[in-house]
Design a protein around this ligand. Structure first.
Ligand SMILES: Cc1ncc(COP(=O)(O)O)c(C=O)c1O
Length: 412
């Protein structure tokens, strides 16, 4: 079958996501290994999007594959409440790595956030959820309404307005280091809404494609304090930023804050199978000892997905991929500094943590992303920004290779 035949066949009977179907230009993936994948159209490409920020452990890792195959052979299907060794093992690992008590496992990240909201409402008996103005927490209807991201626009008329604090950055130069700007913002919102009606504050551990902005040093601690004062639950959505992507196991670890719930997905299985979850503290877990947990769908805690997650968590720990992301990410940041210095007329700046980085251009980024394909780079972009979020197994040599190719694409 030629690539054109495959495209026509797939397009005839299957939708592509987030696109008008006539405009979509998908690549055909033939193979993948480590931090790269091979396409029919461009050959091997560095995967700077990790298949939608998913494949943390790298492509086709044999340990994760073996774990999944073993589970497929042992028992590939089981109802969500059935007792299975692989589920018990995953629960133990999640508690050990998050420092929290108990996980509720779902299929995808949006649903995990929906369940976090349900849990917050069940535990507190309150309804309001506060998010950041440009936050993204998923595309199912309830969470679209709660978050601030633009992807809710076509449905907005039918959604209750969200409750948002301003993004805590960029801080105006004159006020740099003055936390009062954004903390006043949260305090005013709490006053206006009556904090006794607020169930939770839901924030991304580190924002994804809405900016990868580093918050002021005491932002998280301030939010934590306000939540504690008013009995509000703090939920960190680490679906994008968790499992080593920012150079720590979880982005909130950079700011020493302990949320009441941690929402995880994507890197949890390194994208090898659909799984996400809400990990909660001991008090929340205990609440449901005697209260019904009104949550659950047919394929939750799927056994093969649990096996993929156990495999991925073992790889992350054994290969210290969070540590690698910190070291290699720092080098990537330094090399991007060099590139910025060499091309200030094309690059406005760059920022990020670990292997979660963005470069802001002085022009729309689409043309650069298209040229990068011919240089062997798969480069996600949005507006004037490109994103560099490769698998966490990237090496220092890979960084040199990627930045050299990026420079070629930048200066054609
Ligand atoms: C921070 C964050 N939350 C939630 C989601 C939604 O996850 P999913 O696409 O698995 O539903 C995403 C996806 O990109 C995300 O980045």
């Amino acid at each position: 079958m030629t690539d054109l035949d495959l495209f026509s066949l797939q397009r005839e009977h299957l939708f592509f996501t987030w696109s008008s179907q006539r405009d979509v230009r998908p690549l055909e993936i033939l193979d993948a290994a480590g931090a790269r994948f091979c396409t029919r159209e461009y050959g091997w490409l560095w995967d700077l999007e990790s298949q939608v920020y998913n494949v943390g452990c790298g492509h086709r890792h044999p340990h994760i594959q073996r774990r999944m195959i073993a589970q497929i052979e042992a028992l590939p299907a089981a109802a969500p409440n059935a007792l299975l060794p692989i589920r018990a093992e995953l629960g133990r690992l999640l508690a050990a790595h998050t420092g929290l008590a108990k996980a509720f496992l779902t299929t995808g990240g949006s649903e995990a956030n929906e369940n976090a909201v349900k849990i917050a409402r069940l535990v507190t008996g309150r309804s309001k959820i506060i998010t950041r103005r440009s936050s993204y927490h998923g595309a199912t209807l309830a969470i679209l309404g709660i978050a601030g991201d633009d992807r809710k626009r076509p449905f907005e008329a039918d959604l209750a307005p969200g409750l948002h604090i301003d993004d805590p950055y960029p801080v105006p130069v004159a006020a740099a280091g003055d936390p009062s700007i954004w903390s006043r913002n949260l305090d005013q919102l709490l006053d206006r809404e009556d904090p006794r009606t607020v169930a939770a504050v839901l924030l991304e551990g580190f924002t994804g494609t809405n900016g990868m902005q580093i918050p002021p040093a005491d932002f998280w601690q301030h939010v934590r304090r306000r939540c504690d004062e008013h009995g509000i639950l703090l939920i960190a959505d680490e679906i994008f930023s968790g499992f080593g992507r920012t150079g720590r196991w979880f982005a909130v670890d950079h700011w020493g804050v302990r949320p009441d719930m941690l929402v995880v997905g994507k890197g949890l299985t390194s994208g090898y199978a659909p799984l996400a979850g809400v990990v909660v503290n001991a008090a929340i877990a205990a609440h449901f000892d005697d209260h019904k947990l009104w949550c659950g769908l047919t394929t939750y805690a799927h056994p093969v997905s649990c096996a993929a997650a156990v495999g991925a968590l073992e790889v992350l720990a054994a290969e210290d991929l969070p540590g690698n992301a910190a070291r290699v990410g720092e080098l990537l940041g330094a090399r991007l500094d060099d590139l910025w210095r060499l091309h200030p007329q094309r690059i406005r700046g760059h920022r990020g943590l670990g292997l979660m980085r963005t470069v802001e251009l002085r022009e729309p980024a689409g043309a650069l992303a298209r040229r990068a394909l011919d240089r062997g780079l798969y480069l996600p972009f949005k507006g004037d920004a490109i994103f560099l979020c490769p698998p966490l197994c990237l090496t220092s040599d890979d960084v040199g290779e990627i930045v050299a190719r990026l420079e070629q694409a930048l200066a054609p």
